[in-house]
Structures are given as structure tokens and as C-alpha cells.
Design a protein around this ligand. Structure first.
Ligand SMILES: Cc1cc2nc3c(=O)[nH]c(=O)nc-3n(C[C@H](O)[C@H](O)[C@H](O)COP(=O)(O)O)c2cc1C
Length: 172
């Protein structure tokens, strides 16, 4: 089953309880391909993904983000950025790595939703614990984690600003 885009973006939610069922490798590959197709500034592709299997490593991996559901899914994906590889705007030295990482993360998260899998953006993790766990070299920055597994909860209401509080036309 695949969803229409408008249904897909409505269906995605932050899943904070997971079933232990394995994620089929075919589905994982499809999700990683979606991440691969994400645009990056100047096509620099300064992003690396680390896929972690949680089974048997829950206590260790749990130090990265101390919520029981963080290690409930069979897989975790870390989206990492390499600043020196990212595009930098000349006028003010703005570095695009975090935007690139977010687009890659969004691609993989929406691809996961499309395959019936759950994810949750996680930025509030312990950076040092993540660095140690993943063995990240100094130039590699962990940006976002997400569990990847079958949801064991259901979505709540989508609370969002109405469009008239979000959008301005023609001037501020
Ligand atoms: C950049 C970013 C960081 C986030 N970090 C966390 C986090 O550390 N822990 C968490 O439980 N949720 C985190 N979230 C999930 C948001 O709380 C969630 O997306 C928001 O409340 C809207 O809910 P929804 O995703 O269910 O639509 C994060 C989301 C984004 C986009």
C-alpha cells in the first residue's frame, strides 16, 4: 500500500511506542534510497547515516536518549553531518549542513510512514553518548536520531497554527 502525498504527510506522526517486530530489509533499503535522493545544497551530500540494531544493546544505546521507547524499535537511524563537506554561503559563511540533514531525515521519515513504519525525530539526545556509541570521528556531527519500527501507539490530534498565523503575503 502506498499513500497519496497529502495522506502521507497527514499520516506521519511522532511514534513513541514500538512493536518488537523486525523491519524487513527490503523496506529498510527503500527508506535508505529515499534518504539518498534528498536534495542537498550544491549537491554536496555532506550527510552520513548510521543504522543501529538495538537488540541486545538496549542499555548501552539507551544512554543516548533516556526514554524506554528510544530502544523499543529494532532499528535506530542517526543522521550525521560533516560540516567541512557542506556548502557554505559566501556572503555570511552560513553552513547548510543542518538543512541538508533535516531534508535527508524528512525523506527517510516520510518513506518509512509510506511503508507503515513509525519514526520520531529526536534532537534532545546526549551528544557525547551518541559520539561514543557510534564511534564518530571529530568532524562528524550527529544531528537527528529516529527509531524505525512498527508503531505500537496511535496518532494524537495534529496541533498546528492556522495558515493565517503561518503565512504572510507580499510583505512581513
Ligand atoms: C527537529 C526536531 C527535533 C525533535 N526532537 C524531539 C525529541 O528530542 N524528542 C521527542 O520526543 N520528540 C522530538 N521531536 C518531535 C516533535 O515533538 C513533534 O514532531 C511535534 O510535537 C509534532 O508532533 P508530530 O510529529 O506527532 O506531528 C522533534 C521534532 C523535530 C522536527
Amino acid at each position: 500500500m502506498t499513500l497519496e502525498y497529502s495522506d502521507l504527510i497527514a499520516a506521519r506522526y511522532s511514534v513513541r511506542a514500538y512493536r518488537p517486530d523486525p523491519v524487513e530489509d527490503e523496506k529498510l533499503q527503500c527508506i535508505l534510497q529515499a534518504a539518498r535522493l534528498a536534495p542537498t545544497a550544491a549537491n554536496r551530500q555532506p550527510i552520513q547515516l548510521v543504522v543501529l540494531h538495538t537488540a541486545g544493546r538496549e542499555a548501552e544505546i539507551g544512554r543516548i536518549y533516556r526514554r524506554p521507547w528510544f530502544v523499543q524499535a529494532p532499528l535506530l537511524i542517526a543522521v550525521c553531518a560533516i560540516s567541512s563537506q557542506a556548502w557554505v554561503r559566501e556572503s555570511d559563511r552560513f553552513n547548510a549542513r543542518l538543512i541538508d540533514a533535516a531534508i535527508v531525515a524528512d525523506h527517510l521519515i516520510l518513506a518509512a510512514t509510506n511503508l507503515g513504519l513509525g519514526t520520531c525525530w529526536i534532537a534532545a539526545f546526549d551528544v557525547e553518548a551518541a559520539r561514543n556509541m557510534l564511534g564518530l570521528p571529530a568532524e562528524v556531527e550527529p544531528v537527528i536520531f529516529t527509531p524505525l519500527g512498527y508503531p505500537a501507539d496511535s496518532p494524537g490530534p495534529k496541533i498546528r497554527k492556522p495558515l493565517d498565523e503561518l503565512v504572510r503575503y507580499d510583505h512581513w
